[in-house]
Every structure is written in structure tokens, then in C-alpha cells.
Design a protein around this ligand. Structure first.
Ligand code: DAH
Length: 339
């Protein structure tokens, strides 16, 4: 009798169940009224008082252990089933957080998309540039203030090299490499020796545009940028051209669009004017064409340089340039493409 009880205790101890049916089988085999433990209690009655005492004790222990085991098996399966069985497979999945693009990237890509549809290619050039491509070829006079240390970062070991101050250097790289007709936009990062504030930064981004062919006129420039503004900001946007000066264009104009933040009422972004400047532009100066080996009698062209931060600021109503480079996830996660 004692051996039988001990063997059963080991069986009970090592019993495992992978589902509720397994637990029920266990209950029927060991604990139910017709189970082996009840059977043993019946047998116990037939034993001598001495044996009854010895076996009764360990049989009671077995009974308790068996009941505890039943509880443990049931609990274990209940816990597991809440994780596996109760899944509603018809629910939509929880989306993975995969991050999103930087607002400046979103705007740059949108600008590229708009101009690509007009037949513009995308071109690229170096951020560390020589004086000729950044200044001289663009008709900057020898003593232009942009050539001063206070305005431009020069490379210490070679003062002929500098961090480009605008993307206009890519115009020169393109025109010296390819013959017209040329139609390209050139996005990239530029650097200026400026103190960092809400409105200025020592690096920012531009998209340069260039169209050189026979018979390109100022009307083409206006129409192209007019189209761009409507595509970027919707058909109600207003755009104006203000006469301006750049060494590399003649005539030159600055391009303003109606302030989307105050809708023209006047705010600190538009300096109470209702207009925000987004680009410089003009007809490519004949000297620039000549410097690149293009005959200005045969070809004309327009160019523009747009500030991506400015365009983004109006697109998403961001009023501090520093936010773009602070890597604050609370700021960055707010942006989605708004096409
Ligand atoms: N490079 C000028 C700047 O950074 C912007 C600019 C003006 C670019 C007129 C042009 C242009 O291509 O035609 O301020």
C-alpha cells in the first residue's frame, strides 16, 4: 500500500497538461470519486489499525498534493489562454512605429515632385566649394561683402575653399558640363557665418532652379514659379515679384507669397506685411553664361534659389528655424506629407 501511494505521489508531481482536456483527464484519474485516490481510501478501510494509521497519513498527504496540483494546472492554463486564445483576429493590427520623414525632407521631396513634372532634372553639387564656382563665375565682384569672413565659412588651410553659401554653385557646375537646353533643380545644404536665432541659422537648405535654352524669357520664370506656388500651397495663394539685385541675374526679382499664417492680416512671420519672401530669381546674367562657355547671344535662361526652411515654415506653420535641427522627437513626429 505504502509503495503504491509513493509511486502515485511521483506521478502526480510530474503530471503535465497542455490544455483543459489534459487537466480534466488528471482530475478524473486522481481526484474524482472514481479516481485512484478514492479507491485507495476504500482499500484503507480493509487494513489493520496499525497499517491504517501509517498509510492513512501519507494517503492524506497525497490527496492534498493532488488537489493543489489540480489548482496549479488550472491556473497555469487560464493565464496562458488569456494571452493566446482570447485574441480577436478580426481587429486591425497595432501599427509599428517606423518613424517619419523630417519636415524639410518632406518639403524638398514635394518641391522636386512639382518641378519634375515640368521636365526639370535633379542635379547635385559639392558643399565644400572653391571660390570660382561659389562666387567668381557667378559674377560676384572681387570686393563683394559675401566674400568676407564674417559672412562665409572659409577652409582655414586653403582660403580658396569655402562652405558654399548658396546652391547657385551647382548652376555653374551644370553649365560647364552640359550644353543647353538645360532644365534642372538642385536641392542642398548651404552655410553662412550667422548667429543662430529663430530667423537665422549657420546652415540651411535651398533649392536652386535653372532653365537655359533659346528664347527663355522672364514670362517663363513668372509662369513657372506661379505654377509652383499653386501646386505647393493651393490655388488661392497669391504671389508677387519684387525688383531686386543679385550679381548673377539681370533683371532680378525676389518672390513673395501671401502669408499663410495670418492670411494677410499681418503677423510677426511676415513682419506685418502680409507677404513672405520665399526665393530670389532672375534672368541668368550674360557674364555667367559666358563664364560657363555658353553664348549669351544664342541662349538665355532664368534661375531661382528657394529657401526650403521658408517654404516649410509656411507649409506647416513653424516659426522657429532652430526646431529643424534640435532633433526633438515631439517636434519631428508631427509631420506627414500633405499633398
Ligand atoms: N543665391 C541666392 C541666395 O542665396 C538666391 C538666388 C537668387 C538664386 C537669384 C538664384 C537667383 O538662382 O537667380 O540668396
Amino acid at each position: 500500500m505504502e509503495d503504491r501511494i509513493k509511486a502515485l505521489a511521483i506521478e502526480v508531481e510530474s503530471y503535465t497538461a497542455s490544455d483543459m482536456q489534459g487537466v480534466e483527464n488528471y482530475r478524473l484519474k486522481y481526484i474524482s470519486k472514481k479516481g485512484v485516490i478514492s479507491e485507495l481510501f476504500e482499500t484503507l478501510k480493509t487494513l489493520s489499525p496499525d497499517e491504517k494509521k501509517k498509510s492513512g497519513k501519507i494517503l492524506n498527504e497525497l490527496k492534498q498534493a493532488a488537489e493543489q496540483k489540480l489548482k496549479a494546472l488550472t491556473e497555469m492554463l487560464e493565464n496562458n489562454s488569456s494571452a493566446t486564445v482570447d485574441i480577436d483576429l478580426t481587429l486591425p493590427p497595432i501599427p509599428n512605429k517606423i518613424g517619419n520623414q523630417h519636415p524639410l525632407t518632406l518639403t524638398r521631396n514635394r518641391i522636386i515632385e512639382i518641378f519634375e513634372r515640368l521636365g526639370f532634372n535633379v542635379a547635385d553639387g559639392p558643399e565644400i566649394e572653391d571660390d570660382w564656382h561659389n562666387f567668381s563665375a557667378l559674377n560676384f565682384p572681387e570686393n563683394h561683402p559675401a566674400r568676407e569672413m564674417q559672412d562665409t565659412f572659409f577652409v582655414e588651410k586653403n582660403p580658396d575653399m569655402l562652405l558654399r553659401t548658396h546652391t547657385s554653385n551647382v548652376q555653374i557646375r551644370l553649365m560647364t558640363k552640359q550644353k543647353p537646353p538645360l532644365r534642372a533643380i538642385m536641392p542642398g545644404r548651404v552655410y553662412r557665418n550667422e548667429a543662430i536665432s529663430a530667423r537665422a541659422h549657420c546652415f540651411f537648405h535651398q533649392v536652386e532652379g535653372l532653365y537655359v535654352d533659346r528664347n527663355v524669357g522672364f514670362a517663363d520664370l513668372k509662369q513657372t514659379l506661379y505654377h509652383f506656388a499653386k501646386e505647393m500651397y493651393g490655388k488661392d495663394i497669391k504671389i508677387r515679384f519684387r525688383p531686386s539685385f543679385f550679381p548673377f541675374t539681370e533683371p532680378s526679382a525676389e518672390i513673395d507669397i501671401s502669408c499663410l499664417i495670418c492670411k494677410g492680416d499681418g503677423c510677426n512671420i511676415c513682419k506685418q506685411t502680409g507677404w513672405v519672401e520665399i526665393a530670389g530669381s532672375g534672368m541668368v546674367h550674360p557674364n555667367v553664361l559666358k563664364n560657363c562657355g555658353i553664348d549669351p547671344e544664342e541662349f538665355t535662361g532664368f534661375a531661382f534659389g528657394m529657401g526650403i526652411e521658408r517654404v516649410t515654415m509656411l507649409r506647416y506653420q513653424v516659426n522657429d528655424l532652430r526646431l529643424y535641427s534640435e532633433n526633438d522627437i515631439r517636434f519631428l513626429k508631427q509631420f506627414h506629407s500633405v499633398i
